[in-house]
Design a protein around this ligand. Sequence first.
Ligand code: GLT
Ligand code: MN
Ligand code: MN
Length: 389
Amino acid sequence: MTSGPYEPQPEDRFTFGLWTVGNPGRDPFGVEVREPLDPVDIVHHLADIGAYGVTLHDNDLVPADASASEREVLLKRFRAALDSTGLKVPMTTVNLFTRPIFKEGALTANDPDVRRFALAKALDAIDLGAELGASIFVLWGGREGTEAHAAKPVAEALDRLAEAINAMTTYIAERNYSTRIALEPKPNEPRGDILLPTVGHALAFIESLDSPELVGVNPEFAHETMSGLSFHHGVAQALWAGKLFHIDLNAQRIGRFDQDFRFGSEEVKEAFYLVHLLETSGYSGMRHFDAHPYRTEGPEGVWDFARGCIRTYLILKEKAARFEADSEIKAALAVARVPDLATPTKVGDGSAEALRGYVKTLDESALGRAHYGHEQLDQLVTELLLGVR
Ligand code: GLT
Ligand code: MN
Ligand code: MN
């Protein structure tokens, strides 16, 4: 195991998907530029760079047309690699987007037979995750949406999505699995519009389910940023709701296609606030990188990419600790009245009378003249990130 500054330890909980480092560089305008990687080699490489675990879609490991005996052989080889490296499989997911059958939708397709096919595939993927010891099952509805809005009444589609997730939680309970489901929001791509486009939509939807305690979210940096939203705000609300089951880390510029860049390569300040949030909130889940190497990279560049994701996270973690310890930043936070946000608004017995009586004693124009020192506070954070404090 590696050690030294910015070298990961297994307790850092860094994980990568087989589809991330294994991404062959295909895009809508060009073919693959890298050879496919064997999942067993990926496991060994990830162990070498200090990762804690590996994640996968059902078909990243077991091709959709594999027979039962082929599945066993593939699983055995993969398990042997996990055993020899100590890598874990903390999360698995299901591919409900690649095959032609899912072009109109999967769990929310208009054709009930397509929905049945998708649900059975998801239940098989839940079994695979349980066999590999995964406690989180991510559900990303990439095809659950439309371009032709007349063709997809949203309320009915949400009814069908809830029905499918309820079937999954029933199955999980029947099998006594410890699996929890994490819904991954995304606003668009590959569909023109996708259902549950943001963390907020997903959090509201979860409350309508039969077993909401088994369902949380898997927010992705790129996906919230595509909508122009602050990623760390979405993650903070998911934490506040007790729903941050998993997280997809990468980088993205606002207003672009889903870029899935190396973590921290864009929007560094937002990445800093995110790492600060995760490291100070008591979040004990995985730090999962769902990102791709640039298409310019060959086989060695893939591992430069993976090490870069980890290294930037650890550098920002160190910055977060410095932020907490910096006395000038502490003083600026006091000027901004940050500690006072923890004081409840309630006055006396909490009655409207007590509130009105108290407000009569306030000097509105004095309160309106207050200054909060945000320029100085933000400059201190900027200088911290630029490495001059
Ligand atoms: C796909 C998508 C990701 C999801 C994966 C899980 S698949 O690569 O772009 O954001 O997390 O299904
Ligand atoms: Mn993702
Ligand atoms: Mn993405």
